[in-house]
Design a binder for this molecule. Structure first.
Ligand code: HEM
Ligand code: MTE
Ligand code: MO
Length: 480
């Protein structure tokens, strides 16, 4: 079947409805699986792959790694994936986003240029590690196209005798490989719910602007010491990061973290070149990104270009004039960004991923299963999740799932106190009321410092819609 046609990602993405017919791709081939959908043993979950690759779903549902599945797939082969399309389109277009990588169509897109998309709730807690293709993507600018051969990481500034330049290969060779399991969360996760109080400025993220991954790379600490930084230095107060992504004025995305955060061994700050065992994907910062565990996603700079040790915080817009919290009394007429500290550690957070808002279930379907995630900043472990089925009048304690992890993952998991960087998934199973009715499901998490989530958004409303962590509510109907 070598003479079958080739299709671009864009064409394939349009085939995601029964009218257009359902296409998927797998290992460079295109399949029209419309006639298989009703026969699929896993039900209509298969439709999540419509218009895009099967790989990330099959990574998650291992039942598919069996020859019988490939045999079925073969029957629906209709063509090939055009591999050169990205290169071709970049040559004829002046669109700064023309070189952005292809993305999985299941992502919920908040803005396409720059690309910002979150993981659908029902996928978010299907696995402890968020597959890279489904991991939320938060880009402020076009994705830079970096040649790994030519790449150099620069380390300079106060306390560094002479600037040091490291190639990707040197980074991998000179420093031992380290791994850390950490959840990244955007400051704006759950902003959408805050907008119900009053409008805010920002992308309308629902509950999926976070994800959990096993990151592989080298300790930032090791690289700073190699570059000549002395631990008894008293001048340096901040470590600034600059990305390779630039706006039209040529200024790069940047941020900084306090020095102690960057160099203390227990903080596990990583310069990552791997994500869940794969090379760091372009959307997530190829070839090198910072991963600052327990800290707001904005500080984990992608496409890392330069590290600058300094007496002051990064002068980047995103450090000084954004990603800060304010009182509900502050609006755009009186906000003074110099008056609030930059967000670093995030507050305790949790949300319900299943059932979905507005779901209808049958009373005799068996038990209700509520699932969700919980996480706190600063390495504080989530010690409990409370779930209410009656809008917050009475509460049940959810079961925290022990993370299913391999030997490698266990090694990457920092287990000492104060190093709980990864989320916890949780479940609550409860009998459904036989008489039916409406249920208001609510969740709230408690961390190891006994921090709890606030009950409502009114008192934490802020003009940028950040730090949005009030109790999460989901309404369902039980049909008798
Ligand atoms: C189960 C085929 C796509 C989710 C299965 C099984 C087959 C199959 C043969 C039964 C495996 C066994 O029990 O031994 C396929 C084919 C697909 C496809 C040919 C693509 C053309 C997907 C996608 C998803 C999915 C995209 C998820 C988004 C599942 C699930 C089950 C399953 C959850 C397990 C059902 C159970 O609980 O028994 N699939 N599948 N499948 N599939 Fe797929
Ligand atoms: N780094 C660069 N260079 N450019 C960016 O736009 N976005 C930041 C951070 N690092 C960003 C960046 C923000 S706000 C978040 S939440 C995380 O990256 C998102 O990481 P992800 O896209 O890998 O999920
Ligand atoms: Mo973010």
């Amino acid at each position: 079947c070598k003479d079958l046609p080739s299709f671009t990602c864009k064409e394939i993405a349009q085939h995601c409805t029964f009218e257009q017919r359902i296409w998927v791709t797998y290992k460079g081939c295109v399949y029209d699986i419309t006639d298989f959908v009703d026969l699929h043993p896993g039900g209509d979950k298969i439709l999540m792959a419509a218009g895009g690759p099967l790989e990330p779903f099959w990574e998650m549902y291992a039942v598919h790694s069996n020859p019988e599945v490939l045999c079925i797939l073969k029957k629906y082969h209709i063509g090939y994936l055009d591999v050169d399309e990205a290169a071709m389109s970049s040559g004829v277009s002046s669109d700064p986003y023309a070189c952005d990588p292809p993305r999985h169509p299941v992502l919920i897109v908040n803005s396409s240029k720059p690309f910002n998309a979150e993981t659908p709730a029902e996928i978010l807690t299907a696995s402890y590690f968020t597959p890279n293709a489904f991991f939320y993507k938060r880009n402020h600018l076009p994705v830079p196209d970096i040649d790994p051969e030519a790449y150099r990481l620069e380390v300079r500034g106060e306390g560094i005798p002479t600037p040091v330049f490291l190639s990707l290969e040197e980074l991998k060779k000179k420093f031992p490989k380290q791994e850390v399991v950490a959840t990244l969360q955007c400051a704006g996760n759950r902003r959408k719910e805050m907008t119900h109080v009053r409008p805010v400025k920002g992308l309308n993220w629902n509950i999926g602007a976070l994800g959990n991954a096993r990151w592989g790379g080298v300790w930032l600490r090791d690289v700073l010491l190699y570059a000549g930084f002395q631990e008894d230095d008293t001048q340096v107060k901040h470590v600034q990061f600059e990305g390779r992504d630039q706006d039209v004025t040529g200024s790069a995305y940047g941020s900084s973290i306090p020095l102690h955060k960057a160099v203390a061994e227990k903080n596990d700050v990583l310069l990552a070149y791997e994500m869940n065992g794969d090379e760091l994907p372009r959307d997530h910062g190829f070839p090198i990104r910072v991963v600052v565990p327990g800290v707001v996603g904005a500080r984990s700079v992608k496409w890392l270009h330069r590290i600058v040790l300094s007496r002051e915080e990064s002068r980047s817009h995103w450090q000084r004039n954004d990603y800060k919290g304010f009182s509900p009394s502050v609006d755009w007429t009186n906000v003074d960004f110099s008056k609030a500290p930059a967000i670093q550690e995030l507050p305790v957070q949790s949300a319900i991923t299943e059932p979905a808002e507005g779901a209808q279930v049958l009373a005799d379907d068996g038990d209700l299963v509520v699932r969700g995630y919980a996480w706190s900043g600063g390495g504080r472990e989530v010690v409990r999740v409370d779930v209410s089925l009656d809008g917050g009048c009475t509460w049940n304690v959810a079961q925290l799932e022990p993370p299913y992890v391999s030997e490698d993952d266990r090694n990457a998991q920092q287990t000492e106190e104060g190093r709980a960087w990864a989320w916890k998934l949780w479940t609550l199973q409860a009998p459904l009321p036989a008489e039916g009715g409406k249920l208001e499901i609510v969740c709230k998490a408690v961390d190891s410092s006994y921090n709890v989530q606030p009950e409502s958004f009114e008192p934490i409303w802020n003009l940028r819609g950040v730090l949005s962590n009030a109790w999460h509510h989901v309404h369902i109907t039980v049909l008798p």
